[in-house]
Design a binder for this molecule. Structure first.
Ligand code: NAP
Length: 255
């Protein structure tokens, strides 16, 4: 796109985070992406934020103004929604199950509310965290919230599987170095969709099992690419196309 620029991965501790952002602005960066645990930490330093950041409580894109003011955006929600397009038929939006209660769970929950899922269940190892997310959303969205949100312990997930149209894994279970997520997918309907936010490995055990049962499924790579597309747009005001070659390169790198 004829942009002379630089995008690279850097590491910073939470302690040095403020200093690091200042340095990056001074060095001429127009913005940056953030990952765990900085998506929540960064909220303290924002001068401006979009509505999604406010409700989700996590920011994955920072934009610097010339003066150094910081604007926070969340493009994970866009990434998640966009990668589900095409997999979903509008009538199959009665019930969704989210596993986990971390930063990405909030982005997924917001997306499913926007997509008008009628019932959304959050199952987590620590029930208190799932309860907290539910309460936060009810408080923030108030009357505009049309979906019913439920929270429960992960141990009780089986009771909801038969009815669910979409199951989303937002835990790191299944990721390289983690044990697999053990869910009995045989309980799901044939029309159910499985979304695993993980992209390394490209095919987790959860997705392998979904495939075996003939269930529609996707990993988190498209979500990653789509959030990047919008991040790029917010820094450069130019939107790159989602290129099949890029996906292939990423898949090769991950393998
Ligand atoms: P996080 O904030 O660390 O949340 C992790 C959640 O997983 C917590 O609720 C935790 O439960 C649960 N968990 C962790 N280990 C567990 C275990 N052994 N058994 C049961 N539950 C367990 O993580 P995150 O930032 O939401 O990210 C989660 C995953 O999504 C990661 O694999 C990340 O790479 C992926 N992700 C992908 C994209 C994408 O673009 N595709 C974007 C964001 C994240 P407790 O509450 O009980 O501790």
């Amino acid at each position: 796109m004829n942009i002379i620029g630089n995008y690279k991965a850097i590491e910073t501790s939470i302690k040095d985070f403020k200093k690091t952002i200042k340095r990056l602005h001074k060095d001429g960066y127009t913005g940056l992406n953030l990952t765990i645990p900085l998506k929540e930490e960064a909220l303290k330093y924002l001068h401006k934020k979009d509505k999604i950041v406010d409700i989700v409580g996590a920011v994955n894109v920072l934009n610097f103004s010339k003066k150094g003011n910081i604007e926070g955006k969340n493009t994970d929600v866009y990434g998640f929604k966009k990668s589900l397009e095409g997999l979903i038929k509008s009538k199959n939006k009665k019930s969704a199950v989210i596993i986990g209660s971390g930063g990405s769970t909030r982005a997924v929950l917001y997306s499913l509310i926007e997509m008008k899922y009628r019932k959304i269940f959050i199952f987590n190892r620590t029930k208190k965290k799932a309860d907290q997310i539910k309460e936060d959303f009810i408080k923030k969205l108030k009357k505009s919230l049309k979906s019913e949100i439920y929270s429960d312990n992960l141990k009780n997930i089986n009771s909801e599987l038969e009815k669910t149209d979409l199951l989303v894994n937002t835990t790191p279970l299944g990721m390289k170095g983690f044990p697999p997520l053990k869910i009995n997918l045989k309980k799901l309907k044939k029309s159910s969709i499985i979304f695993d936010l993980i992209y390394n490995p490209l095919e987790t055990n959860l997705l392998k099992n979904a495939k075996k049962l003939g269930l529609k499924n996707t990993n988190g790579l498209d979500m990653l690419i789509y959030q990047a597309q919008k991040s790029f747009l917010s820094w450069t005001k130019k939107e790159p196309k989602k290129d099949i070659k890029l996906k292939k390169i990423l898949e090769r790198e991950i393998k």
